[in-house]
Design a protein around this ligand. Structure first.
Ligand code: NDP
Ligand code: 8X3
Length: 252
């Protein structure tokens, strides 16, 4: 029987690439995100290419009510989630704290931190009840360093690093693996979201060097998932060859 993986933020970027790769590797998938149309298209795309079962859940992870309703709607055949990939996240804005936009801060804190906790609170008891499971939190180089204008986004990713360690301690006696994957610059919709739809600014971020691509992180996630039962990858930092530290690039 296939394992069941739930991926948050599967409508683009790393989450979408991970869905496509895990489907090729015999996982049944629960795919989540706010953009329902994209979930539907991705589901069709996967069903054409694999025998994986796909279930989509359309909700905003910042809402505890919506998240609870979505997870509670899972039928018996979907409830036994083996893998939770906490990927949904975003950066919004690029300012100093003194010029910061409070609404941007709240979006980042509510998504990257509180949303991750809400869904983990709902799914981890299922894993504990079965004494098995694997939680992978998508952190970032921003969880290890703070760069100029990254203040609140970096703080949320530092929090992801910290809560990953806490989860690992909490889950230890239940035999549940907890890992984090921490990428450097990945060319996804991330910068388009950060710069609020400004395509020129977003493109500028990946100009003059070769960034990571979403599939590079999907492959890393698959590696983390496929270690033998006695091996847990606590954290894996994946950088573009052209990037050392968060703002040090080898550019043309
Ligand atoms: P994308 O913008 O391409 O994907 C982000 C995903 O998160 C989308 O599927 C989006 O779905 C989902 N999401 C955002 N907000 C919400 C919400 N409120 N409720 C539900 N889902 C939400 O960016 P990436 O693929 O790059 O980002 C994925 C993760 O990787 C994030 O946690 C990011 O911080 C992290 N990361 C990214 C790096 C990069 O350089 N790109 C580097 C390091 C880490 P929808 O909008 O449909 O809701
Ligand atoms: C996303 C990568 O360097 O913009 O987490 O923080 S970075």
């Amino acid at each position: 029987m296939n394992k069941i993986a739930l991926i948050t933020g599967a409508t683009s970027g790393i989450g979408e690439a991970t869905a496509l790769l895990l489907a090729q590797n015999n996982y049944d998938l629960i795919l989540t995100g706010r953009r329902e149309e994209r979930l539907t298209v991705l589901k069709q795309q996967i069903l054409q290419k694999s025998n994986s079962r796909i279930h989509t859940l359309n909700f905003d992870i910042r809402s505890l009510d919506e998240t609870t309703e979505a997870i509670n709607s899972l039928t018996e055949q979907w409830k036994n989630i083996d893998v939770l990939i906490n990927n949904a996240g975003l950066a919004v804005g690029y300012n100093t704290v003194q010029d910061g936009v409070v609404d941007d801060w709240e979006r980042m804190i509510d998504t990257n931190m509180k949303g991750l906790l809400y869904i983990t609170r709902l799914i981890s008891p299922i894993m504990v009840g079965r004494s098995k499971g694997h939680i992978i939190n998508i952190s970032s180089i921003a969880g290890k360093e703070t760069y100029p204008f990254g203040n609140v986004y970096c703080a949320t990713k530092h929090a992801v690093q910290s809560v990953t360690k806490g989860m690992r301690i909490d889950m230890l006696k239940h035999g549940i693996k907890v890992s984090s994957v921490s990428p450097g610059a990945v060319d996804t919709e991330f910068s388009l979201v950060r710069f609020k739809g400004d395509e020129d600014k977003a493109k500028q971020v990946y100009k003059g060097f070769t960034p990571l691509f979403a599939n590079d992180i999907a492959e890393t996630i698959l590696f983390v998932l496929t270690r033998p039962p006695h091996v847990n990858i606590d954290d894996i930092l994946v950088m573009p060859t052209d990037q050392a530290f968060s703002r040090d690039f080898r550019k043309e």
